[in-house]
Design a protein around this ligand. Structure first.
Ligand SMILES: [Zn+2]
Length: 326
Protein backbone atom coordinates (compact mmCIF):
# COMPACT_ATOMS: atom_id res chain seq x y z
CA UNK A 1 0.00 0.00 0.00
CA UNK A 2 2.84 2.39 1.07
CA UNK A 3 4.90 1.55 -2.05
CA UNK A 4 2.12 2.38 -4.31
CA UNK A 5 1.84 5.74 -2.57
CA UNK A 6 5.66 6.37 -2.92
CA UNK A 7 5.58 5.50 -6.57
CA UNK A 8 2.80 7.85 -7.03
CA UNK A 9 4.79 10.62 -5.13
CA UNK A 10 8.02 10.05 -7.07
CA UNK A 11 6.13 10.29 -10.29
CA UNK A 12 4.68 13.59 -9.13
CA UNK A 13 8.15 15.03 -8.20
CA UNK A 14 10.11 13.75 -11.19
CA UNK A 15 7.77 14.96 -13.88
CA UNK A 16 5.36 17.84 -14.25
CA UNK A 17 1.95 16.79 -14.96
CA UNK A 18 0.08 18.13 -17.96
CA UNK A 19 -1.61 20.93 -15.97
CA UNK A 20 1.78 22.32 -14.69
CA UNK A 21 3.28 22.39 -18.19
CA UNK A 22 0.41 24.43 -19.47
CA UNK A 23 0.95 27.06 -16.72
CA UNK A 24 4.70 27.24 -17.46
CA UNK A 25 4.20 27.72 -21.19
CA UNK A 26 1.72 30.50 -20.48
CA UNK A 27 4.22 32.27 -18.17
CA UNK A 28 7.05 31.99 -20.72
CA UNK A 29 4.82 33.31 -23.50
CA UNK A 30 3.74 36.31 -21.39
CA UNK A 31 7.36 37.10 -20.47
CA UNK A 32 8.49 36.87 -24.09
CA UNK A 33 5.70 39.19 -25.25
CA UNK A 34 6.56 41.68 -22.50
CA UNK A 35 10.26 41.63 -23.43
CA UNK A 36 9.35 42.14 -27.07
CA UNK A 37 7.04 45.09 -26.26
CA UNK A 38 9.63 46.79 -24.01
CA UNK A 39 12.20 46.35 -26.77
CA UNK A 40 9.89 47.93 -29.35
CA UNK A 41 9.13 50.89 -27.07
CA UNK A 42 12.84 51.43 -26.48
CA UNK A 43 13.55 51.48 -30.21
CA UNK A 44 10.61 53.82 -30.86
CA UNK A 45 11.75 56.37 -28.24
CA UNK A 46 15.28 56.26 -29.60
CA UNK A 47 13.90 57.02 -33.05
CA UNK A 48 11.75 59.93 -31.68
CA UNK A 49 14.70 61.42 -29.83
CA UNK A 50 16.83 61.21 -32.94
CA UNK A 51 14.10 63.06 -34.87
CA UNK A 52 13.88 65.92 -32.32
CA UNK A 53 17.65 66.25 -32.21
CA UNK A 54 18.26 64.75 -28.82
CA UNK A 55 20.77 61.96 -28.54
CA UNK A 56 19.70 59.18 -26.26
CA UNK A 57 22.58 59.95 -23.88
CA UNK A 58 22.46 63.76 -24.21
CA UNK A 59 18.90 64.72 -23.18
CA UNK A 60 20.28 66.99 -20.46
CA UNK A 61 22.73 68.91 -22.71
CA UNK A 62 21.57 72.52 -23.31
CA UNK A 63 20.70 73.80 -26.79
CA UNK A 64 21.33 77.54 -27.07
CA UNK A 65 18.96 80.08 -28.63
CA UNK A 66 20.62 81.43 -31.79
CA UNK A 67 18.01 83.80 -33.18
CA UNK A 68 14.50 85.28 -33.19
CA UNK A 69 12.23 85.34 -36.16
CA UNK A 70 9.82 88.28 -35.71
CA UNK A 71 6.76 87.69 -37.86
CA UNK A 72 5.67 91.36 -37.75
CA UNK A 73 8.35 94.05 -37.85
CA UNK A 74 5.80 96.74 -37.04
CA UNK A 75 2.43 96.87 -35.34
CA UNK A 76 -0.26 99.51 -35.73
CA UNK A 77 -3.11 99.64 -33.27
CA UNK A 78 -5.65 102.01 -31.74
CA UNK A 79 -5.77 103.40 -28.23
CA UNK A 80 -7.05 100.56 -26.00
CA UNK A 81 -6.48 98.13 -28.89
CA UNK A 82 -4.46 94.95 -28.42
CA UNK A 83 -2.06 93.02 -30.64
CA UNK A 84 -0.22 89.75 -30.04
CA UNK A 85 3.44 89.57 -31.06
CA UNK A 86 4.30 86.42 -32.95
CA UNK A 87 7.96 85.49 -32.46
CA UNK A 88 9.63 82.23 -33.42
CA UNK A 89 12.68 81.33 -31.31
CA UNK A 90 15.42 79.56 -33.25
CA UNK A 91 16.39 76.78 -33.26
CA UNK A 92 13.07 75.08 -32.56
CA UNK A 93 14.90 72.58 -30.29
CA UNK A 94 16.37 75.32 -28.06
CA UNK A 95 16.23 74.28 -24.40
CA UNK A 96 14.92 77.59 -22.97
CA UNK A 97 12.81 79.47 -25.49
CA UNK A 98 11.34 81.96 -22.99
CA UNK A 99 11.42 85.68 -23.86
CA UNK A 100 11.23 89.03 -22.08
CA UNK A 101 9.32 92.01 -23.54
CA UNK A 102 9.88 95.69 -22.69
CA UNK A 103 8.19 98.79 -24.12
CA UNK A 104 10.43 101.82 -24.73
CA UNK A 105 7.50 104.13 -23.85
CA UNK A 106 4.82 102.90 -21.49
CA UNK A 107 2.80 106.07 -22.13
CA UNK A 108 2.29 104.92 -25.72
CA UNK A 109 2.05 101.14 -25.43
CA UNK A 110 2.45 98.43 -22.79
CA UNK A 111 3.45 94.81 -23.32
CA UNK A 112 2.84 91.82 -21.04
CA UNK A 113 4.97 88.72 -20.40
CA UNK A 114 3.28 86.83 -23.25
CA UNK A 115 4.05 89.54 -25.83
CA UNK A 116 0.56 91.04 -25.91
CA UNK A 117 0.74 94.79 -26.72
CA UNK A 118 -1.88 97.30 -25.54
CA UNK A 119 -2.22 100.81 -26.99
CA UNK A 120 -2.32 103.53 -24.31
CA UNK A 121 -2.03 106.91 -26.09
CA UNK A 122 -1.35 108.00 -29.69
CA UNK A 123 2.37 107.93 -30.58
CA UNK A 124 5.24 105.65 -31.54
CA UNK A 125 7.53 103.37 -29.52
CA UNK A 126 9.38 100.04 -29.76
CA UNK A 127 8.93 96.72 -28.05
CA UNK A 128 12.32 95.13 -27.24
CA UNK A 129 12.35 91.36 -27.17
CA UNK A 130 15.17 89.47 -25.40
CA UNK A 131 15.86 85.73 -25.05
CA UNK A 132 15.98 84.89 -21.34
CA UNK A 133 18.63 82.18 -21.84
CA UNK A 134 20.82 84.21 -24.20
CA UNK A 135 20.49 87.96 -23.72
CA UNK A 136 22.66 88.71 -26.74
CA UNK A 137 19.67 87.62 -28.82
CA UNK A 138 17.39 90.65 -29.07
CA UNK A 139 14.67 91.85 -31.43
CA UNK A 140 12.64 94.99 -31.90
CA UNK A 141 9.10 95.70 -33.06
CA UNK A 142 8.02 99.23 -34.03
CA UNK A 143 4.63 100.15 -32.56
CA UNK A 144 2.32 102.92 -33.76
CA UNK A 145 -0.69 103.76 -31.61
CA UNK A 146 -3.41 105.72 -33.36
CA UNK A 147 -6.33 107.64 -31.88
CA UNK A 148 -9.46 105.56 -31.54
CA UNK A 149 -11.67 105.79 -34.62
CA UNK A 150 -14.66 107.92 -33.63
CA UNK A 151 -17.96 106.19 -33.21
CA UNK A 152 -20.44 107.54 -35.77
CA UNK A 153 -23.99 107.22 -34.47
CA UNK A 154 -27.12 107.91 -36.50
CA UNK A 155 -30.18 108.70 -34.45
CA UNK A 156 -33.46 109.92 -35.93
CA UNK A 157 -31.74 111.27 -39.05
CA UNK A 158 -29.08 113.08 -36.98
CA UNK A 159 -25.41 112.11 -37.08
CA UNK A 160 -23.22 112.21 -33.98
CA UNK A 161 -19.48 111.63 -33.69
CA UNK A 162 -18.25 111.09 -30.15
CA UNK A 163 -21.47 112.67 -28.95
CA UNK A 164 -21.12 115.80 -31.13
CA UNK A 165 -23.84 116.61 -33.66
CA UNK A 166 -22.32 116.66 -37.16
CA UNK A 167 -23.66 119.17 -39.67
CA UNK A 168 -21.77 119.90 -42.87
CA UNK A 169 -22.06 119.32 -46.64
CA UNK A 170 -21.82 115.54 -46.14
CA UNK A 171 -24.16 115.26 -43.13
CA UNK A 172 -27.55 116.96 -43.14
CA UNK A 173 -30.27 117.60 -40.58
CA UNK A 174 -33.84 116.47 -41.29
CA UNK A 175 -36.11 119.30 -42.55
CA UNK A 176 -38.30 118.69 -39.49
CA UNK A 177 -35.43 119.26 -37.03
CA UNK A 178 -36.36 122.55 -35.44
CA UNK A 179 -34.86 122.74 -31.92
CA UNK A 180 -34.40 126.54 -31.61
CA UNK A 181 -31.21 127.93 -30.07
CA UNK A 182 -29.59 125.55 -27.59
CA UNK A 183 -29.94 127.00 -24.08
CA UNK A 184 -26.58 125.48 -23.12
CA UNK A 185 -24.92 127.22 -26.08
CA UNK A 186 -26.73 130.48 -25.29
CA UNK A 187 -25.67 130.44 -21.64
CA UNK A 188 -22.08 129.75 -22.70
CA UNK A 189 -22.26 132.65 -25.12
CA UNK A 190 -23.48 134.99 -22.35
CA UNK A 191 -20.62 133.87 -20.10
CA UNK A 192 -18.18 134.54 -22.94
CA UNK A 193 -19.80 137.87 -23.69
CA UNK A 194 -19.29 139.12 -20.11
CA UNK A 195 -15.72 137.78 -19.96
CA UNK A 196 -14.96 139.63 -23.22
CA UNK A 197 -16.68 142.80 -21.94
CA UNK A 198 -14.33 142.74 -18.93
CA UNK A 199 -11.49 143.05 -21.42
CA UNK A 200 -13.20 145.83 -23.39
CA UNK A 201 -14.39 143.50 -26.15
CA UNK A 202 -18.01 143.75 -27.29
CA UNK A 203 -19.54 140.57 -28.70
CA UNK A 204 -23.12 140.08 -29.89
CA UNK A 205 -25.03 137.57 -31.99
CA UNK A 206 -26.15 138.76 -35.42
CA UNK A 207 -27.52 135.42 -36.56
CA UNK A 208 -28.34 132.44 -34.34
CA UNK A 209 -30.84 129.65 -34.88
CA UNK A 210 -32.29 129.37 -38.38
CA UNK A 211 -35.03 126.93 -39.32
CA UNK A 212 -34.85 124.70 -42.41
CA UNK A 213 -37.29 126.99 -44.23
CA UNK A 214 -35.41 130.18 -43.30
CA UNK A 215 -32.19 128.61 -44.60
CA UNK A 216 -33.96 127.49 -47.80
CA UNK A 217 -35.08 131.04 -48.67
CA UNK A 218 -31.69 132.49 -47.68
CA UNK A 219 -29.77 129.97 -49.81
CA UNK A 220 -32.14 130.26 -52.78
CA UNK A 221 -31.74 134.06 -52.68
CA UNK A 222 -27.93 133.71 -52.86
CA UNK A 223 -28.19 131.21 -55.72
CA UNK A 224 -30.43 133.66 -57.63
CA UNK A 225 -27.92 136.49 -57.10
CA UNK A 226 -24.55 134.74 -57.39
CA UNK A 227 -25.18 131.34 -58.97
CA UNK A 228 -25.07 128.00 -57.14
CA UNK A 229 -21.30 127.41 -57.30
CA UNK A 230 -20.52 130.73 -55.60
CA UNK A 231 -23.42 130.42 -53.15
CA UNK A 232 -22.15 126.99 -52.05
CA UNK A 233 -18.85 128.50 -50.82
CA UNK A 234 -20.53 130.71 -48.19
CA UNK A 235 -24.10 129.51 -47.73
CA UNK A 236 -25.32 126.05 -46.75
CA UNK A 237 -28.03 124.24 -48.65
CA UNK A 238 -31.18 123.74 -46.54
CA UNK A 239 -30.61 120.92 -44.05
CA UNK A 240 -26.84 121.42 -44.15
CA UNK A 241 -26.61 124.63 -42.10
CA UNK A 242 -25.13 124.52 -38.59
CA UNK A 243 -27.48 127.37 -37.75
CA UNK A 244 -30.38 124.86 -37.94
CA UNK A 245 -28.72 122.89 -35.13
CA UNK A 246 -29.14 125.80 -32.68
CA UNK A 247 -25.44 125.40 -31.81
CA UNK A 248 -23.91 127.98 -34.20
CA UNK A 249 -23.85 131.78 -34.00
CA UNK A 250 -22.54 134.54 -36.24
CA UNK A 251 -20.82 137.20 -34.12
CA UNK A 252 -20.85 140.98 -34.69
CA UNK A 253 -20.73 141.01 -38.53
CA UNK A 254 -21.21 138.11 -40.88
CA UNK A 255 -18.85 139.41 -43.54
CA UNK A 256 -15.15 139.91 -44.25
CA UNK A 257 -15.13 143.29 -42.44
CA UNK A 258 -14.99 141.31 -39.18
CA UNK A 259 -11.65 139.65 -40.02
CA UNK A 260 -8.68 141.07 -38.08
CA UNK A 261 -10.78 143.18 -35.69
CA UNK A 262 -9.90 143.01 -31.96
CA UNK A 263 -13.20 141.16 -31.50
CA UNK A 264 -12.27 138.56 -34.14
CA UNK A 265 -8.81 138.10 -32.60
CA UNK A 266 -10.28 137.76 -29.09
CA UNK A 267 -12.86 135.23 -30.35
CA UNK A 268 -10.19 133.13 -32.10
CA UNK A 269 -7.99 133.07 -28.99
CA UNK A 270 -10.60 132.67 -26.24
CA UNK A 271 -13.87 131.17 -27.48
CA UNK A 272 -12.66 127.57 -26.83
CA UNK A 273 -12.64 128.38 -23.09
CA UNK A 274 -16.42 128.72 -23.34
CA UNK A 275 -16.97 125.67 -25.58
CA UNK A 276 -16.88 127.38 -29.00
CA UNK A 277 -14.61 126.97 -32.01
CA UNK A 278 -14.06 129.05 -35.14
CA UNK A 279 -15.77 126.53 -37.38
CA UNK A 280 -14.39 127.58 -40.80
CA UNK A 281 -10.74 128.62 -40.35
CA UNK A 282 -8.50 130.29 -42.90
CA UNK A 283 -6.62 127.93 -45.21
CA UNK A 284 -8.99 125.01 -44.51
CA UNK A 285 -11.60 125.90 -47.15
CA UNK A 286 -11.11 122.65 -49.08
CA UNK A 287 -11.66 120.63 -45.88
CA UNK A 288 -14.65 122.43 -44.35
CA UNK A 289 -16.20 123.24 -47.74
CA UNK A 290 -16.62 126.91 -46.76
CA UNK A 291 -14.72 130.16 -47.08
CA UNK A 292 -12.95 131.59 -44.02
CA UNK A 293 -15.63 132.79 -41.59
CA UNK A 294 -14.01 134.32 -38.48
CA UNK A 295 -17.48 135.28 -37.21
CA UNK A 296 -19.11 131.80 -37.30
CA UNK A 297 -18.68 129.94 -34.03
CA UNK A 298 -19.96 126.46 -33.19
CA UNK A 299 -20.65 125.20 -29.68
CA UNK A 300 -19.21 121.74 -28.88
CA UNK A 301 -18.63 122.02 -25.11
CA UNK A 302 -15.49 123.14 -23.26
CA UNK A 303 -13.74 119.75 -23.28
CA UNK A 304 -14.18 119.18 -27.00
CA UNK A 305 -13.46 122.80 -27.91
CA UNK A 306 -10.22 122.79 -25.91
CA UNK A 307 -9.11 119.58 -27.63
CA UNK A 308 -10.00 120.87 -31.12
CA UNK A 309 -8.36 124.26 -30.40
CA UNK A 310 -5.06 122.74 -29.24
CA UNK A 311 -5.06 120.21 -32.11
CA UNK A 312 -5.24 123.04 -34.66
CA UNK A 313 -7.60 120.87 -36.67
CA UNK A 314 -10.96 121.60 -38.23
CA UNK A 315 -13.91 119.62 -36.91
CA UNK A 316 -13.85 117.55 -40.13
CA UNK A 317 -10.22 116.58 -39.51
CA UNK A 318 -10.88 116.03 -35.82
CA UNK A 319 -13.80 113.72 -36.63
CA UNK A 320 -12.15 112.13 -39.66
CA UNK A 321 -15.01 112.96 -42.05
CA UNK A 322 -15.29 114.99 -45.24
CA UNK A 323 -17.62 117.83 -46.18
CA UNK A 324 -18.98 117.63 -49.70
CA UNK A 325 -22.42 117.35 -51.26
CA UNK A 326 -23.06 113.82 -52.49
ZN1 LIG B 1 -22.83 131.23 -39.66
Amino acid sequence: MARVNNKKDSKKIGKFDFKDKKVLITIITVVLIAVLLIGLCFLKSKEDNAKSGFSIVGTDSKIEVTGLKIETASVSLEVEGEAQLNIVVEPLEATDKSLSFVSTDGNVALVDASGKIKGIDPGNCQIKVTSNSNNSIVGEVAVEVKAKAPAIVNSGGLTYINGMLVVNKSYALPASYNPGASSEAMNSFYAMQSAAANEGISLFIVSGFRSYNTQASLYNGYVASYGQAAADTFSARPGHSEHQSGLAFDINAADSSFAGTPEAVWLANNSYKFGFIIRYPQGKESITGYMYEPWHIRYIGVGNASAVYSSGLTLEEYWGVDSSYK
